[in-house]
Design a protein around this ligand. Sequence first.
Ligand code: XMP
Length: 326
Amino acid sequence: DWDASSIIEDQVAKIREKVGDAEVICGLSGGVDSAVAAALVHKAIGDQLTCVFVDHGLLRKGEVEQVKHDFVEATGIRLITVDAADDFLDALKGVSEPERKRKIIGEKFIRTFEKAQRQVLEEAGARGKEVKFLVQGTLYPDVVESGGGDGAANIKSHHNVGGLPKDIKFQLIEPLRTLFKDEVRAIGTELGLPDEIVWRQPFPGPGLGIRIVGEITRERLDVLREADAIAREELTKAGLDRDIWQCPVVLLADVHSVGVQGDERTYGSPIVLRPVSSEDAMTADWSRVPYDVLAAISTRITNECRQINRVVLDCTSKPPATIEWE
Ligand code: XMP
């Protein structure tokens, strides 16, 4: 039978043996997986672990503050944050093809961790040593969908698997690599992480970058960030957070349609709402969100985001569609 505490014990022993007295960093995304991976590694090696949170400019509203606050408070793990928005957004300029976006983001993450190494060692009081290991919260579905499972096709390159550069100088520690999300949540709870972290809805590492269909610009990110915050707020207000697996909000940046806002003709872009229910993200069904909740989201987005004149609902299962649009 599946048992969280024996998996934890087993992993703790393996991690200790692998790491020895080396320094380790963990890329934190704000999501469940990396938080649980960090907590597990912290249990194994304590202060040899430093977490790095990269602000790549593709985050949602309030995300940086939330990670700094919730995570550090709950775990006491040493955290440094790196502002790498210019770096990521420069590299993504002019790119609209989804797999290229994913590869660029995956590579930039690793380069950012490499650059952060000196600061990590200083904070850890380990100057002169080097960081040997990188912890990632990779799950089994990430591996399968990136084409890393037995005979699996490459559906999309998850930033932490198929999007990694070949010449990465860290050795990887991925204690969750054989697990599904519900198992990871059980482990997080067993490790004492609070519900706000364990029950967070999934958010992909490449962030809003894969929710703008088309080129990523700062202006488009601002629009999407606002629309996403509104949708999340209304879904939470309606008490639907646990019923819905996640609700990507997608900006169809290159699509334009005619609207009328404040007596004026507009030619704006649509926002897609993609609420889904799922057990493990391998398959999903579109969530039957009550009409009045959809209405509230639609009204607020078109009122508060000037560039948006239409809100549409994605009512497709996975398969045939994936959860994210890119
Ligand atoms: P798809 O779109 O493949 O998504 O149906 C399945 C689940 O994985 C999340 N996702 C990612 N998570 N890095 C991540 O950390 C990625 O590159 C990535 N791509 C998709 C997605 O949000 C959904 O929960």
